[in-house]
Design a protein around this ligand. Structure first.
Ligand SMILES: *Cc1c(COP(=O)(O)O)cnc(C)c1O
Length: 349
């Protein structure tokens, strides 16, 4: 830290992203990326966009927004695109954080970091002993609510009825539903938008559309909320989604069959892996995401992670009192998960 850094930021604890090591033959199950390549049409679309890189990109991400509106069955003025859903969430925290924020104690690790970065007060609401979000705990609330559904790193999902309950309990607060993992078996809260003008749904192309490196996220909400977020975007970085990423996103959306095939394969492999781990005596939460939150028998989460690392398998561990017994395992290809199970069998007595 230099002596010039703003005092306000001296104690800022930055988000720790999962490692991205460049090691040969690594089985990388630590950052919830897809094991599959982008849709076949993406490469050509990006090449074509690259031929016009001397020009600024389309500020409105017009074609991408049109396709998203069609896919999500909403109007174009209900959508904003951004440089990953992280950027959308950062816009939303700035737009709606003045009265403070509330989110679960165990959730996406970036929420407390943004709160601190933007100087916003954060209230942490504990999950119950089964790691579940209890909607009733979010009543009599005077702040913007943020929940991930399915939640991370637990993988547990709330039904739409629970999201509806939270919206009804909070008619005068914004409720942000971060749906990074919704495509792996959860109903989207987008269905509730016609009823609630205080709902903002945040989505990403990183997990279920094979484009984590492209950095593309979007939000869906009431047109007035989308206008708020555009106001912030246009006061910060109006060209936030570059032309190659716009083209990649549009190409990915056009190939619906490939998207379906990939997400179905991941869900199938998830259930297979879960059964295998249960047989080996693991505790495994019922996941609706592209990862499993699992605790090995007779071993701490960190110990298991380190043993796997020696075999070139990378998973993620969250070193906090409630999560330390568990690791989060991204669902990779079937053969990667077979290797994980084979190695794990050797580690469990
Ligand atoms: C991965 C993830 C994000 C961020 O996704 P990007 O679009 O890659 O920025 C946001 N929220 C949750 C819960 C995530 O797991």
């Amino acid at each position: 830290m230099s002596r010039f850094l703003s005092k306000r930021l001296a104690s800022l604890k930055a988000y720790t992203p999962g490692e991205q090591p460049k090691v040969e033959n690594l089985i990388k199950l630590n950052t919830n990326e897809s094991p599959f390549p982008p849709a076949p049409g993406v490469e050509k679309a990006v090449k074509e966009a690259a031929e016009k890189l001397q020009l600024y990109c389309d500020l409105t991400a017009g074609e991408l927004t049109r396709l998203l509106a069609e896919t999500m069955n909403v109007s174009e003025n209900q959508i904003i695109c951004a440089n990953g859903s992280d950027e959308i969430l950062a816009f939303a925290f700035q737009a709606y954080g003045e009265k403070g924020l509330a989110f679960p104690d165990i959730t996406y690790g970036f929420y407390p970091v943004w709160a601190q970065l933007f100087g916003l007060d954060a209230r942490v609401i504990p999950l119950n002993e089964n790691f579940e979000i209890e909607p009733a705990k979010y009543g009599s609330n005077d702040r913007t609510l943020v929940i991930a559904n399915p939640n991370a790193p637990t993988g547990l999902a709330l039904p739409l009825s629970a999201i509806r309950e939270m919206l009804i309990l909070n008619p005068d607060q914004i409720v942000i539903v971060d749906e990074a993992y919704v495509d792996f078996g959860t109903e989207s809260a987008i269905a509730l938008l016609p009823e609630f003008d205080n709902l903002l749904v945040v989505r990403t192309f990183s997990k279920s559309r094979q484009l984590a490196g492209g950095r593309l996220g979007f939000a869906v909400g009431n047109p007035s909320l989308i206008a708020d977020l555009n106001r912030i975007r246009n006061s910060f970085n109006p060209y936030n989604v570059n032309s190659m990423t716009q083209a990649a996103g549009a190409a990915a959306l056009r190939d619906y069959a490939y998207f379906e095939e990939c997400r179905r394969e991941i869900m199938k492999t998830r259930e297979w892996t879960k059964d295998q781990l249960l047989r080996l005596g693991f505790k495994v939460l019922p996941s609706r995401a592209n990862f499993l939150f699992a605790a090995p028998p007779d071993m701490g989460g960190k110990e298991y992670l380190e043993a796997l690392r020696k075999e070139n398998i990378l998973v993620r561990h969250f070193d906090a009192p409630r999560t330390k017994d568990y690791v989060r395992i991204t669902i990779g290809s079937k053969s990667q998960m077979e290797r994980l199970i084979e190695v794990t069998k050797g580690l469990i007595k």
